[in-house]
Write a new protein. Structure first.
Length: 99
């Protein structure tokens, strides 16, 4: 099932790349993080939701400021992603990759 989702996301992004690049990248960011958080590191739901909320706020603020680009959004979001992953891996309940 997950393979089908990854393939659909890749295909959809490829189709949108020429006409709606921001949407294509957004699909890839969301799906790849979902795969990373749910299947690789098994991040707890509250941390996933916090990460998603920060991403939505980040994108909204950048859009309202008129300076949105995925490179800027991901420069803010990458430290958040790393913090979530480090928190998860260091948790005593960790059960993802390498546990």
């Amino acid at each position: 099932m997950m393979r089908a989702v990854l393939l659909a996301a890749a295909g959809g992004s490829a189709l949108l790349w020429g006409s709606a690049r921001d949407l294509a990248v957004g699909i890839l960011v969301a799906v790849l993080h979902f795969f990373l958080f749910c299947n690789v590191f098994r991040v707890p739901r509250p941390l996933e939701l916090a990460w998603a909320g920060i991403l939505v706020a980040d994108v909204a603020v950048l859009r309202m400021a008129g300076i949105f680009s995925w490179s800027v959004a991901l420069s803010v979001q990458t430290p958040v992603t790393l913090a979530v992953l480090i928190w998860t891996v260091r948790s005593p309940e960790y059960r993802g990759i390498g546990s």
